[in-house]
Write a new protein. Structure first.
Lengths: 340, 340
DNA sequence: GATGAAAGTGTGCACGGGCACACAAGAGAA
DNA sequence: TTCTCTTGTGTGCCCGTGCACACTTTCATC
């Protein structure tokens, strides 16, 4: 592997001159610059990551993370990923600040301002899909602060990258599991959807519906909304089941899974019901072990915590952009036998 | 984060002395050593990875990889992972040598000797489960050459770590999919097993059988052996299906999947057959898209290529041992909707 | 013709750790 | 006493990169 020193020797100049050319810091004779660029290209020069990281320690980087509020156990697993990466980055003189906010654009913007005041050099955020937030992200991008979205994305903004599930595909995969478990029998599905403010919920439903349309013997009976509260979910699911005795499958696109399952159990309809959910929180595991939930689709929460920090650190320390803009986590099907 | 320099200043000695203590290189006054160790512990000293890697460049590390022979498309994905990591390690002055051998212990031992002659500092291998090979691994371990197994493991050896699937669990997961797709109907399963020399094949069958035993309405009709050849597999599957017209599910624990599926198609029995396989080679994808195979269980081949090299490099460059001995890749269920 | 600015270039240090070598102090032998 | 050997310690350089600063050369201005 070529080094700056080698390029300098070949070009007959000093390391400093090569450095100025490669980092576009000016004050170099155009002819010399061209020669250096040619040599660098010929040797396929790539800066040594260990050297870059070592030199970056002087920057004393601070990374900010903004997640949705407490009480959502899914994010505990995301935080586990953050903590792990935080530990790893600590020895590079890089620290992490976590803030948790409600599903509210104003709170998110305020959290960003707070992080900037605390000296954050980059921000990872699970955003609402709101234009005002997109504008804010563009603003701080122009000010040199990179942003990575995690878990759910925001449309039309200058965020560096997104880390999370391909929601459309994971909705379609839920439909595929319904298809496989149905064999050729008639299936009547009730959908329990999530907040329409969050991109990942709406996309999941879209992917599910599109894939279900191809199956003649599978019909969606009704779609209801829920708002992550298990007791609200319990009541709404109860009403849905009473209204449609023909329902033999449920698709939970967001939270409220536990309440919904309890309602199915209360009505003694678990045995003939196919239930597909998302994520793998403790209550969901419990319902899988009891054979109430057939399968749950996970989205690597640990990676959703660690990878955004990795992208931000790499960008800030070495200037390297992430390979892809969309860093999809695996569409991870879990059943009783492969839980954990 | 503490550095050697900081510890040295606090202890009133020089960097060299601290270095000798931390790396147990002797020639230090016992009292001074104790004092240094205390300070290091109090500051929770962990060496800076960037510094270590930079210093390790002088070692000019060489990593050897031994994989099963050409013609097995699964290993192409493993090699993709190796190539990626090789590229990453190139700038740390670390190179990779790949050798491919038959499923044969003598060839494997010969390949190890060749790699050592070529100056390899560490070896990754997908081994046969043979005592002679285990002895060889122990020998080179004593000589300071670490070994990591990948894809399939070897019992009772001093290999540093294993990277691959939890076969028992993935067999059980295959059974779980059978369970879910059966609902409450009777299922008669034919198993197409793989070579008994390879640990991962035998363990998969064990996990499958154990999980199936719990399901009253699912029975294993017959288990046949195949040896990865699609034409042999075609004939054997044909005979199995003719012998047992009641078979409505097939479990392929190893190779020969494509030949088996072609036989099912030739007999017009695909529509009512539930087929579960392993891995995601092109021919398997084709059969999933044609609704012949219901689901396939993957084992992150890319990770099986990259992670062993990561473990070896980290160990050789920084002295850090892998966190776990068993680095299980995900039991990754794929259906039509989440292929790729 | 001295002064100053501007453009272009080289050098030195920092970042953290490994390791070779130099060097000091003390003990034992000639 | 002088020489040698041992034990313990400090120093300098290397790994690759970034960046501040000092230096040279050229050209325009007073």
């Amino acid at each position: 592997m070529a080094t700056i020193k080698e390029i300098a020797d070949l070009a007959g100049v000093s390391r400093g001159t090569v450095d100025r050319v490669l980092n576009k810091r000016g004050s170099v004779n155009p002819q010399t610059a061209e020669k250096i660029l040619e040599i660098a290209q010929a040797l396929d020069y790539k800066p040594n990551r260990a050297g870059l990281v070592l030199a970056a320690q002087k920057k004393n980087l601070k990374l900010g993370v903004i997640l949705f509020g407490e009480g959502n156990p899914f994010f505990d697993d995301v935080i586990a990923g953050i903590r792990r990466k935080e530990e790893e980055l600590a020895c590079y003189n890089c620290s992490v600040i976590i803030k948790r906010v409600a599903v509210d654009t104003d709170e998110q913007i305020r959290a960003i301002d707070e992080l900037l005041k605390e000296g954050a050099n980059g921000i990872a955020i699970s955003p609402t899909n709101d234009k005002r937030l997109a504008t804010k992200i563009d603003e701080i991008y122009e000010a040199g602060i990179p942003v990575v979205t995690l878990n759910t994305d925001i449309k039309n903004s200058k965020r560096l990258a997104f880390v999370g599930s391909n929601y459309y595909q994971s909705g379609a995969t839920a439909a595929g599991l319904m298809r496989l478990m149905a064999k050729n029998e008639a299936v009547h599905i009730g959908i329990i959807a999530g907040s329409s403010e969050i991109l990942c919920h709406t996309e999941r439903i879209a992917g599910f519906q599109h894939a279900i349309e191809k199956c003649e013997h599978i019909k969606i009976v009704e779609t209801i909304m829920n708002f992550d509260d298990d007791f609200v979910s319990y009541d709404m699911t109860s009403q849905l089941l009473k209204k449609h005795p023909e329902i033999n499958a449920l698709f939970f696109a967001a939270g409220g899974v536990y309440g919904g399952c309890r309602s199915v159990l209360a009505q003694n309809r678990a045995k003939d019901m196919t239930i597909i959910t998302f994520d793998q929180v403790d209550t969901t595991k419990e319902m899988i072990m009891k054979d109430v939930i057939s399968a749950t689709i996970c989205q690597e929460p640990f990676v959703q915590g660690s990878r955004p920090l990795d992208i931000l650190f790499t960008y800030l320390a070495t200037g390297e952009l992430p390979e892809q803009e969309y860093n999809y986590t695996a569409v991870d099907i879990r059943i009783k036998e492969n839980l954990d």
